[in-house]
Design a protein around this ligand. Sequence first.
Ligand code: BV8
Ligand code: ZN
Length: 240
Amino acid sequence: MDVAVLKAAELVHKSAFCIAFTGAGISAESGVPTFRGAGGLWERYKPEELATPEAFERNPELVWRWYRWRQELVYNAKPNPGHLALAELENLGVIKAIITQNVDGLHQRAGSKNVVELHGSLWRARCVKCGLTYRLERPVEEILPRCPNCGGLLRPDVVWFGEPLPQDVWNKAVELAHKSDVVLVIGTSGVVYPAAYIPHIAKRNGALVIEINTEESAITPIADIFIKGRAGVVLPALVR
Ligand code: BV8
Ligand code: ZN
């Protein structure tokens, strides 16, 4: 067993308040493409061009087509051993919370309870007119879904580029980062802000940063331990 993994397991199990900070990489082994890696989310468009209020304003059908495609992909995907290991570590009382940038809901489907979704969820839609938010049990069928309450247009209830994160969600994530003494940073390129501040905030408050990624990232420079590997392989090795 890799000595870094042994060291990480020891630190995680000895921690007083361990949290996980996850990105698209933890869902890669469930078959959900990452944003920036090879085989990225949408060959013809960049997420920064589609995941924006302007794109939705200009072409809501196209944006909904992209989200429906992702909903169908995630709906037919399964949590992978990486998601399941984090849920197991929460059951063991080792991990106190997951702060995720992902909108796929796979942490919750793996059984994780305390999940802070910084960027919203594929499985919620919000009315642009009356603001009502709806839970979605399956991919939307309509080309342009409408609000049952007022007939307004529904949008995916996710945070787009150029939009602020919900204040209460951000505050909760910062509070967890302040309380943590170990933060597991898993499968993120660490380039999207303000989410990427979370590991920095934890570090500045004296937490140990353990990164698990198949390649180095923008977070690696502040990692106390960097484990090069797939989340679905490394995380189960931390459960004992
Ligand atoms: C904000 C939801 C301000 C949608 C997402 C100009 C104008 C406005 C803002 C900006 C600007 N320029 C820059 C900004 C800031 C901008 C930003 O950070 N841009 C980046 C691109 C530079 N941020 C924003 O716009 C944020 N809002 O700033 O508002 C404001 C404030 C007040 C008032 C008004 C405005 C909002 C950002 C949120 C955007 N929404 N998602 C959706 O999903 O459709 S972000 C999107 O990227 C996803 O959430 C994703 O999670 C996130 C980050 O990507 P990663 O998760 O890191 O994924 P990535 O593909 O990059 O990396 C995958 C990693 O996994 C890789 O490292 C890979 O090596 C690794 N990996 C792969 N396989 C595995 C693996 N690791 C382990 N195991 C494996 N098997
Ligand atoms: Zn409405």
